[in-house]
Design a protein around this ligand. Sequence first.
Ligand code: ADP
Ligand code: MG
Length: 271
Amino acid sequence: MLEVSHLSKTYGSNADATPAVGDISFKVARSEFVCIVGPSGCGKTTLLKMLCGLLEPTSGEIVLSGRRVTEPPEEMALVFQDYSRSLYPWMKVGQNIAFPLLRNKSLSKSERRERVEQAVEAVGLIGFIDKYPWQLSGGMQQRVAIARGLAYQPEILLMDEPFASVDAQTRADLEDLVLRVRHEYGVTVLFVTHDIDESVYLADRVIILSARPTTVQEELEIDLPRPRNQVTTKELPEFARLRAHVYRAIKRPGEVAEEATPVPEVSAKSS
Ligand code: ADP
Ligand code: MG
Protein backbone atom coordinates (compact mmCIF):
# COMPACT_ATOMS: atom_id res chain seq x y z
CA MET A 1 0.00 0.00 0.00
CA LEU A 2 2.81 2.36 0.92
CA GLU A 3 6.23 2.06 -0.63
CA VAL A 4 9.13 4.23 0.42
CA SER A 5 12.27 4.07 -1.72
CA HIS A 6 15.63 5.57 -0.92
CA LEU A 7 14.16 8.52 0.88
CA SER A 8 16.56 11.10 2.23
CA LYS A 9 16.34 14.57 3.72
CA THR A 10 19.08 17.05 4.45
CA TYR A 11 18.09 20.30 6.13
CA GLY A 12 20.05 23.39 5.09
CA SER A 13 23.12 23.29 2.89
CA ASN A 14 26.91 23.50 2.96
CA ALA A 15 28.24 24.19 6.46
CA ASP A 16 24.74 24.25 7.92
CA ALA A 17 23.66 20.97 6.37
CA THR A 18 21.93 18.55 8.75
CA PRO A 19 21.54 15.11 7.18
CA ALA A 20 18.39 14.09 9.03
CA VAL A 21 17.27 11.09 7.01
CA GLY A 22 20.05 9.17 5.27
CA ASP A 23 18.49 6.54 3.04
CA ILE A 24 15.27 4.86 4.03
CA SER A 25 13.31 2.19 2.15
CA PHE A 26 10.42 0.09 3.42
CA LYS A 27 6.93 -1.06 2.56
CA VAL A 28 3.68 -1.18 4.48
CA ALA A 29 0.92 -3.61 3.52
CA ARG A 30 -2.78 -2.80 3.74
CA SER A 31 -4.17 -3.28 7.29
CA GLU A 32 -0.71 -3.74 8.72
CA PHE A 33 0.34 -2.07 11.99
CA VAL A 34 3.93 -0.96 11.58
CA CYS A 35 5.93 0.75 14.30
CA ILE A 36 9.00 2.78 13.50
CA VAL A 37 11.33 2.99 16.45
CA GLY A 38 14.49 5.01 16.73
CA PRO A 39 16.37 7.29 19.10
CA SER A 40 15.30 10.88 19.66
CA GLY A 41 16.56 13.18 16.93
CA CYS A 42 17.10 10.38 14.41
CA GLY A 43 14.66 11.89 11.93
CA LYS A 44 11.36 10.16 12.71
CA THR A 45 9.25 13.31 12.49
CA THR A 46 11.12 14.35 9.36
CA LEU A 47 10.29 10.97 7.83
CA LEU A 48 6.59 11.27 8.67
CA LYS A 49 6.37 14.81 7.33
CA MET A 50 7.76 13.58 4.02
CA LEU A 51 5.37 10.61 3.98
CA CYS A 52 2.35 12.84 4.35
CA GLY A 53 3.52 15.32 1.74
CA LEU A 54 4.26 18.21 4.10
CA LEU A 55 7.99 18.20 3.48
CA GLU A 56 9.79 17.66 0.20
CA PRO A 57 12.41 14.90 0.31
CA THR A 58 15.94 15.68 -0.81
CA SER A 59 15.82 12.46 -2.79
CA GLY A 60 13.84 9.27 -3.08
CA GLU A 61 10.18 8.63 -3.57
CA ILE A 62 6.99 7.71 -1.75
CA VAL A 63 4.23 5.78 -3.49
CA LEU A 64 0.82 5.41 -1.84
CA SER A 65 -1.72 3.09 -3.46
CA GLY A 66 0.19 3.26 -6.73
CA ARG A 67 0.47 7.06 -6.81
CA ARG A 68 3.50 9.17 -6.03
CA VAL A 69 3.08 11.45 -3.01
CA THR A 70 3.91 15.09 -3.79
CA GLU A 71 1.27 16.81 -1.64
CA PRO A 72 -0.85 15.71 1.35
CA PRO A 73 -2.80 12.65 0.11
CA GLU A 74 -6.49 12.55 0.91
CA GLU A 75 -6.31 8.98 2.15
CA MET A 76 -3.91 9.82 4.98
CA ALA A 77 -4.46 11.26 8.44
CA LEU A 78 -1.76 12.30 10.86
CA VAL A 79 -1.85 12.42 14.66
CA PHE A 80 0.91 14.62 16.04
CA GLN A 81 2.85 14.29 19.26
CA ASP A 82 1.83 17.67 20.59
CA TYR A 83 -1.93 17.49 21.04
CA SER A 84 -2.00 20.88 22.73
CA ARG A 85 -1.01 22.47 19.44
CA SER A 86 -2.95 20.21 17.11
CA LEU A 87 -6.47 21.00 18.34
CA TYR A 88 -8.17 24.33 17.67
CA PRO A 89 -8.78 25.89 21.09
CA TRP A 90 -11.74 27.97 19.87
CA MET A 91 -13.58 24.93 18.54
CA LYS A 92 -15.48 22.44 20.63
CA VAL A 93 -14.47 18.77 20.57
CA GLY A 94 -17.13 17.89 17.99
CA GLN A 95 -16.13 20.79 15.75
CA ASN A 96 -12.46 19.86 15.96
CA ILE A 97 -13.27 16.33 14.85
CA ALA A 98 -15.62 17.47 12.09
CA PHE A 99 -13.24 20.05 10.68
CA PRO A 100 -11.25 17.83 8.25
CA LEU A 101 -14.54 16.32 7.06
CA LEU A 102 -15.64 19.68 5.67
CA ARG A 103 -13.13 19.10 2.87
CA ASN A 104 -15.18 16.16 1.71
CA LYS A 105 -18.01 17.83 -0.20
CA SER A 106 -19.79 14.55 -0.83
CA LEU A 107 -20.58 14.11 2.87
CA SER A 108 -23.95 15.43 4.01
CA LYS A 109 -24.33 17.20 7.32
CA SER A 110 -25.97 14.16 8.90
CA GLU A 111 -23.25 11.81 7.59
CA ARG A 112 -20.68 14.14 9.07
CA ARG A 113 -22.44 14.15 12.40
CA GLU A 114 -22.68 10.37 12.35
CA ARG A 115 -18.97 9.97 11.72
CA VAL A 116 -18.11 12.39 14.51
CA GLU A 117 -20.38 10.58 16.95
CA GLN A 118 -18.96 7.18 16.01
CA ALA A 119 -15.39 8.39 16.50
CA VAL A 120 -16.22 10.09 19.80
CA GLU A 121 -17.76 6.85 20.99
CA ALA A 122 -14.76 4.80 19.81
CA VAL A 123 -12.40 6.87 21.94
CA GLY A 124 -14.75 6.97 24.93
CA LEU A 125 -15.52 10.69 24.91
CA ILE A 126 -19.31 10.66 24.71
CA GLY A 127 -20.50 13.51 26.86
CA PHE A 128 -17.51 15.72 26.00
CA ILE A 129 -18.48 16.59 22.45
CA ASP A 130 -19.49 20.12 23.44
CA LYS A 131 -16.46 20.84 25.61
CA TYR A 132 -13.48 22.89 24.52
CA PRO A 133 -10.08 21.14 24.33
CA TRP A 134 -8.73 23.20 27.22
CA GLN A 135 -11.48 21.81 29.44
CA LEU A 136 -10.02 18.32 29.00
CA SER A 137 -6.95 16.55 30.40
CA GLY A 138 -3.94 15.89 28.17
CA GLY A 139 -4.90 12.25 27.64
CA MET A 140 -8.43 13.27 26.68
CA GLN A 141 -7.14 15.86 24.23
CA GLN A 142 -5.01 13.23 22.59
CA ARG A 143 -8.10 11.03 22.32
CA VAL A 144 -9.82 13.91 20.51
CA ALA A 145 -6.91 14.05 18.08
CA ILE A 146 -7.21 10.29 17.53
CA ALA A 147 -10.98 10.60 17.05
CA ARG A 148 -10.39 13.29 14.45
CA GLY A 149 -8.06 10.94 12.58
CA LEU A 150 -10.62 8.13 12.76
CA ALA A 151 -13.66 10.19 11.75
CA TYR A 152 -11.81 11.13 8.62
CA GLN A 153 -11.67 7.38 7.85
CA PRO A 154 -8.23 7.44 6.30
CA GLU A 155 -6.80 4.40 4.59
CA ILE A 156 -3.63 4.97 6.52
CA LEU A 157 -3.18 6.63 9.89
CA LEU A 158 0.24 8.09 10.67
CA MET A 159 1.03 8.72 14.32
CA ASP A 160 4.08 10.62 15.54
CA GLU A 161 4.89 9.66 19.14
CA PRO A 162 1.28 10.37 20.03
CA PHE A 163 1.57 9.27 23.68
CA ALA A 164 4.98 10.68 24.52
CA SER A 165 3.60 13.39 26.79
CA VAL A 166 0.92 11.59 28.80
CA ASP A 167 1.34 9.67 32.04
CA ALA A 168 2.06 5.92 32.05
CA GLN A 169 -1.45 4.74 32.87
CA THR A 170 -3.07 6.99 30.26
CA ARG A 171 -0.49 5.84 27.80
CA ALA A 172 -1.34 2.18 28.35
CA ASP A 173 -5.04 3.00 27.94
CA LEU A 174 -4.41 4.93 24.74
CA GLU A 175 -2.27 2.10 23.34
CA ASP A 176 -5.14 -0.31 23.88
CA LEU A 177 -7.56 2.20 22.43
CA VAL A 178 -5.52 2.43 19.24
CA LEU A 179 -5.34 -1.35 18.97
CA ARG A 180 -9.08 -1.64 19.43
CA VAL A 181 -10.11 1.04 16.95
CA ARG A 182 -7.57 -0.21 14.48
CA HIS A 183 -9.29 -3.58 14.72
CA GLU A 184 -12.75 -1.98 14.39
CA TYR A 185 -11.90 0.36 11.51
CA GLY A 186 -9.40 -1.95 9.79
CA VAL A 187 -7.12 1.01 9.18
CA THR A 188 -3.45 0.68 8.25
CA VAL A 189 -1.28 2.28 10.93
CA LEU A 190 2.24 3.64 10.77
CA PHE A 191 3.20 4.52 14.32
CA VAL A 192 6.41 6.29 15.24
CA THR A 193 7.80 5.99 18.74
CA HIS A 194 11.06 6.11 20.67
CA ASP A 195 9.59 3.67 23.20
CA ILE A 196 10.74 0.11 22.64
CA ASP A 197 8.08 -1.59 24.77
CA GLU A 198 5.38 0.35 23.02
CA SER A 199 6.64 -0.60 19.58
CA VAL A 200 6.73 -4.32 20.38
CA TYR A 201 3.37 -4.22 22.16
CA LEU A 202 1.52 -2.54 19.30
CA ALA A 203 3.07 -3.70 16.07
CA ASP A 204 2.81 -6.47 13.54
CA ARG A 205 6.27 -5.37 12.44
CA VAL A 206 8.86 -3.06 13.94
CA ILE A 207 11.18 -1.06 11.72
CA ILE A 208 14.29 -0.16 13.68
CA LEU A 209 16.04 3.00 12.57
CA SER A 210 19.72 3.76 13.03
CA ALA A 211 21.06 7.01 14.46
CA ARG A 212 21.48 9.93 12.03
CA PRO A 213 21.79 10.00 9.10
CA THR A 214 19.00 7.53 9.46
CA THR A 215 18.70 4.24 7.67
CA VAL A 216 16.58 1.17 8.30
CA GLN A 217 18.72 -0.97 10.56
CA GLU A 218 16.40 -3.91 10.82
CA GLU A 219 12.82 -5.04 10.31
CA LEU A 220 11.40 -7.35 12.93
CA GLU A 221 8.19 -9.38 12.65
CA ILE A 222 6.18 -9.34 15.88
CA ASP A 223 4.15 -12.52 16.00
CA LEU A 224 2.68 -12.04 19.47
CA PRO A 225 -0.94 -13.22 19.68
CA ARG A 226 -3.82 -10.73 19.44
CA PRO A 227 -5.78 -9.33 21.11
CA ARG A 228 -2.91 -8.07 23.19
CA ASN A 229 -3.07 -7.27 26.85
CA GLN A 230 -0.86 -4.93 28.86
CA VAL A 231 -0.25 -7.59 31.51
CA THR A 232 -0.44 -11.00 29.87
CA THR A 233 1.24 -10.04 26.59
CA LYS A 234 4.11 -8.39 28.41
CA GLU A 235 4.54 -11.48 30.59
CA LEU A 236 5.21 -13.68 27.58
CA PRO A 237 8.82 -14.83 27.16
CA GLU A 238 8.48 -13.94 23.48
CA PHE A 239 7.68 -10.33 24.41
CA ALA A 240 10.80 -10.17 26.57
CA ARG A 241 12.89 -11.68 23.77
CA LEU A 242 11.63 -9.22 21.14
CA ARG A 243 11.98 -6.26 23.47
CA ALA A 244 15.57 -7.21 24.29
CA HIS A 245 16.30 -7.68 20.61
CA VAL A 246 15.10 -4.16 19.71
CA TYR A 247 16.88 -2.72 22.72
CA ARG A 248 20.21 -4.23 21.68
CA ALA A 249 19.75 -3.17 18.07
CA ILE A 250 19.21 0.43 19.09
CA LYS A 251 22.12 0.42 21.54
CA ARG A 252 24.49 -0.21 18.65
CA PRO A 253 24.31 2.69 16.25
CA GLY A 254 24.31 1.60 12.61
CA GLU A 255 27.64 1.42 10.88
CA VAL A 256 26.43 3.91 8.30
CA ALA A 257 26.56 6.86 10.72
CA GLU A 258 29.12 9.24 9.27
CA GLU A 259 29.48 11.55 12.22
CA ALA A 260 30.36 10.63 15.77
CA THR A 261 27.05 9.73 17.35
CA PRO A 262 26.64 9.39 21.09
CA VAL A 263 24.84 6.33 22.37
CA PRO A 264 21.28 7.13 21.37
CA GLU A 265 18.90 8.23 24.03
CA VAL A 266 16.16 5.64 24.21
CA SER A 267 13.61 4.87 26.78
CA ALA A 268 13.05 1.30 27.78
CA LYS A 269 10.62 1.00 30.62
CA SER A 270 11.14 -2.06 32.76
CA SER A 271 8.24 -4.35 32.13
P1 ADP B 1 12.95 12.83 15.74
O1 ADP B 1 11.52 13.05 15.37
O2 ADP B 1 13.42 11.44 15.47
O3 ADP B 1 13.24 13.21 17.15
P2 ADP B 1 13.43 14.99 13.85
O4 ADP B 1 12.95 14.48 12.54
O5 ADP B 1 12.55 15.93 14.56
O6 ADP B 1 13.84 13.75 14.79
O7 ADP B 1 14.84 15.70 13.63
C1 ADP B 1 15.95 15.05 13.02
C2 ADP B 1 17.12 16.00 12.93
O8 ADP B 1 16.81 17.04 12.02
C3 ADP B 1 17.46 16.66 14.26
O9 ADP B 1 18.86 16.76 14.33
C4 ADP B 1 16.81 18.02 14.15
O10 ADP B 1 17.51 18.97 14.91
C5 ADP B 1 16.92 18.32 12.64
N1 ADP B 1 15.81 19.15 12.17
C6 ADP B 1 14.48 18.86 12.30
N2 ADP B 1 13.73 19.81 11.73
C7 ADP B 1 14.59 20.73 11.21
C8 ADP B 1 14.44 21.95 10.46
N3 ADP B 1 13.24 22.41 10.12
N4 ADP B 1 15.56 22.60 10.11
C9 ADP B 1 16.79 22.13 10.42
N5 ADP B 1 17.01 20.98 11.11
C10 ADP B 1 15.94 20.29 11.50
MG1 MG C 1 9.88 13.65 16.49
